[in-house]
Write a protein that binds this ligand. Structure first.
Ligand SMILES: Cc1cc2nc3c(=O)[nH]c(=O)nc-3n(C[C@H](O)[C@H](O)[C@H](O)COP(=O)(O)OP(=O)(O)OC[C@H]3O[C@@H](n4cnc5c(N)ncnc54)[C@H](O)[C@@H]3O)c2cc1C
Length: 598
């Protein structure tokens, strides 16, 4: 695979031209943040990702993490790269200035997260989870907790984790068993085992702050009896430093299919001292701050693997020679034509490009909405952004990771047999991508969240709010002859989305299980239509720039061309998902569990 090159032109296009972040920041009253500042971050972030992290991606995969007597050592170079990251002030970008942060809005660092993640996903998980811990303590911690943990977490000197999963439960947190017993001094003794904890133990920071779900004695059963705790690896010494060791240790690390350089830990809490965050028994609500953060983070992973698959595939497709173009030789002096002449190779390349760039636009849009949720002055604007973000989060998390995995697979396919061979790096991309559809809520769980909670429980209102936005866009561009072939199918699918939702709702009223049968197809349908909207928006902006003589013609023409490919060759997949939903539930449920085999 060629060296990772940060797609700065495309990032700028989405941030500055499509999403107009300058206008967005001005509206939020953030005068000091603008595209000039963002461009400077992008340049520096790209250098860090390309020069410091990308070179460690393959070696980290080969070496993996080491575990000995409760101590985890990360692969060669990881610790040093993290030290540079902290020294560069990167972890503090979005942090609260009161605790040493730079107070920048989330959208200003989204591209940095994409670049570090694409260069080296395993490495990026260590700082990635810390951001979620910071957001959770900022939102729900007491002043004392904020003062004790936020300065070092914000600077990156300490890292954070998210401790939900237990050996017997991941999706169903209502049955978790970890106990929290009051110790009479305001703290709690936390006892239990958490598994699969990313960055649970490592050698990159002097302290690790675990954000842990546990149950108080006599707590109600299910999700209503879960509370949230801060459990530090080392107690604080009262002066901002580390004190004594707490009763939390790493029992082992997992041997995994991918992201091998990310330590996935079994964490044993043996009466470890923990501090309650937020109200008793409302822990899951508070943890949603972390989870929503992590879901958007995982959506970035989808973009990352699509981008790597595309970059690797494109370089190879231009060089590898095989057979002749059916339209006549394109490389007559050579023994064969480069494989990029073949329609099927183009299909794979364009699919990957469409998912990488479309996914980028969706994730960045979510980050922009996140700014509005946090900073908009107007209540109504804040609420609208919050509702839209709630609807788009499961789509971004699950759809973008599913298609990111598809693109990673296309990357291997474009290399032919060489894609299967380790030294090319394309198979690592697939192995690393595979986890993204599983953690932070599997695709099935995200689909239930979308259809059950976000759509059905709002009686379709959240969806109607979004389809109205899409409808307005289509109306505004309805007279544009050049965009007709893009806007017409978008308008048709957008209308059908609402009708299909009504039909699903009617079926669900008769049989609630219908939602479970429809959910994943519904999510994929929603994803294809959402990306179609973003592709149409990108094409409209590209066309506007061409008409205005903004230069960079090749870039804008490629945008419009990819949008056309998306509408003609990818969006029709949505119809298949609709057909599958209409296939109904009975054919899924009629076989008794004991009759599945033989
Ligand atoms: C490398 C790695 C890193 C991780 N990092 C963390 C971390 O940092 N912190 C953390 O807390 N956890 C972490 N996890 C755990 C991860 O979030 C869970 O594995 C995931 O949520 C799924 O839970 P599970 O494995 O228990 O699967 P299960 O919940 O047992 O699910 C098994 C299957 O059943 C399906 N299923 C379950 N319930 C339903 C339902 N009601 N309807 C339809 N389908 C259903 C699921 O979709 C899935 O396909 C990590 C896991 C891995 C492998």
């Amino acid at each position: 695979m060629p060296d990772y090159k940060a797609p700065l032109r495309d990032m700028r296009f989405v941030l500055n031209e499509v999403l107009d972040l300058d206008g967005h920041y001005a509206k939020l009253g953030l005068e000091e943040v603008n595209s000039e500042l963002l461009n400077a971050f992008l340049e520096e972030g790209a250098k860090f990702a390309e020069n410091e992290l990308a070179p460690l991606n393959r070696s980290g995969d080969e070496e993996g993490c080491h575990f000995e007597n409760g101590v985890v050592t990360t692969p060669k170079g990881f610790k040093e790269a993290y030290a540079k990251y902290v020294e560069g002030g990167w972890p503090a970008m979005g942090g609260d200035p009161e605790f040493g942060g730079q107070g920048l809005p989330g959208s200003s660092s989204i591209a940095i997260s994409e670049m570090t993640g694409t260069a080296n996903w395993s490495w990026s998980m260590y700082p990635g989870l810390s951001h979620g811990a910071v957001a959770t303590i900022e939102a729900h911690g007491t002043d004392e907790q904020k003062n004790a943990y936020l300065p070092k977490l914000t600077s990156g000197e300490w890292t954070g984790t998210m401790c939900l999963t237990e050996p017997h439960c991941g999706s169903d947190l209502g049955i978790l068993k970890t106990k929290a017993e009051p110790q009479g001094d305001g703290s709690y003794a936390i006892t239990g085992t958490k598994i699969f904890i990313s960055a649970g133990e490592h050698d990159m920071a002097e302290n690790i702050v675990h954000i842990v779900l546990a149950r108080l004695p006599d707590a109600p059963k299910g999700t209503k009896g879960i509370s949230l705790f801060i459990v530090p690896k080392f107690h604080t010494d009262g002066n901002g430093g580390v004190g004594e060791r707490n009763g939390v240790t790493c029992g082992s690390i997992e041997h995994k299919m991918g992201i091998k350089a990310s330590a996935t830990c079994v964490m044993n809490f043996d009466g470890a001292t923990g501090y309650l965050i937020g109200p008793e028994n409302k822990g899951l609500n508070c943890m949603f701050t972390f989870m929503n953060f992590a879901r958007l983070g995982t959506a970035i992973q989808g973009v990352a693997h699509a981008e790597l698959g595309f970059q690797g595939g494109l370089a190879y497709a231009k060089e590898r020679l095989a057979m002749r173009s059916l339209a006549g030789p394109k490389n007559p002096d050579g023994p064969a034509d480069p494989i990029i002449v073949h329609p099927d190779v183009r299909r794979m390349l364009l699919t990957s490009k469409a998912f990488a760039e479309g996914g980028r636009a969706l994730v960045y849009l979510c980050a922009q909405l996140g700014d509005q949720v946090k900073l908009a002055q107007d209540d109504e604007e804040r609420k609208q952004a919050d509702d839209l973000m709630a609807l788009l989060t499961p789509i971004a998390k699950a759809f973008v990771t599913e298609v990111g995995l598809e693109a990673a697979n296309h990357g291997v396919q474009i290399y032919g047999g060489h894609g299967f061979i380790r030294e090319w790096g394309m198979e690592q991309n697939v192995r690393d991508a595979r986890i993204s559809t599983l953690y932070e809520g599997t695709t099935g769980i995200q689909a239930l969240d979308l259809l059950g909670r976000k759509v059905m429980m709002t009686q379709g209102q959240a969806l109607r709010n979004f389809t109205k936005i899409v409808h307005k866009f289509c109306e505004a561009h309805g007279d544009n002859a050049d965009l007709k072939e893009l806007v017409e199918p978008l308008a048709a699918y957008n209308k059908e989305w609402g009708e299909m939702t009504q039909a699903v709702g009617m079926q669900a009223m008769q049989n609630p299980e219908y939602v479970g049968g429809a959910a994943v197809d519904y999510l994929m349908y929603s994803g294809y239509v959402t990306l179609a909207y973003l592709w149409a928006r990108m094409a409209a902006k590209a066309q506007e720039q061409l008409a205005a003589g903004a230069g960079d013609e090749d870039f804008y023409k490629a945008k419009i061309s990819t949008a056309r490919f998306y509408m003609k060759r990818i969006l029709p997949r949505a119809a298949g998902h609709k057909g599958a939903i209409e296939g109904g539930l009975d054919c899924m449920m009629e076989l008794d569990a004991e009759h599945f085999a033989f």
